[in-house]
Design a protein around this ligand. Sequence first.
Ligand code: F6R
Length: 242
Amino acid sequence: MTVNVLNDSTALAEAVAEKIAAFVKANPGALMCFAAGDTPQKVYLLLADKHKSGEIDLNTMWFVGLDEWVGLGNDDTGSCRQVMYSGFYDLAAIDHSRILAFDGLDENLDRQCQMIDKWITDKGGIALTALGIGMNAHVGFNEPGAVADSLAHVVALDDTTLNVGKKYFPSGNVPGKGITVGMAQLLAANELLLMASGECKAEIVKKALQGKITGAVPASLLRVAANLTVWLDSAAAAALVK
Ligand code: F6R
């Protein structure tokens, strides 16, 4: 594991965007899996700019959605699909045929999991994943109690996720279940990028990076991957023991 600490969230986004851009140039045709949520939004703006300026060609890549709130679809503000299409895929005019994301509105969620598992397998596995960390250390919706060998699955969301989720849903109606790419699929990636920004993440980052490796702290499971790089701003890194 390599830990990179940047001065602030802008420097963090620039560094991660550079890293992903270099990966895109070196690995055309590879599958990438990006988190929604607040942390990576600047990264996606920068990547869309690099694509529009011709520095990288995101239409050489494949994409898989990391997760979704069950019961939400394209048109629902705050859904992961909506966040990723409006904040990245459509901003960069990525061909929709290159993207597969969970449909949280499907009555048959097993079918959604099978579709995502097959897409990942057919593309040779996830080559690069860019993840955020929840206040309970979830990655995607791999909630506390996560196991390292899971594939795509539906999960009842943890109380912390339901509470924190109110920031995405001003109505206060936070869906109770999520659907997510599994830990096994993330751990098998050639490059795992874990990002955190802000003081509020400092304690959970410390627990995930310096505490016990356990499914109770899902992000800690990522430490078994040799190719994990962690990207923090100084506020998120503040509690780490040097
Ligand atoms: C979102 C996702 C989540 C978030 C995490 C951090 O697709 O997978 O695991 O990455 O909850 O969210 P933010 O970045 O909003 O703090």
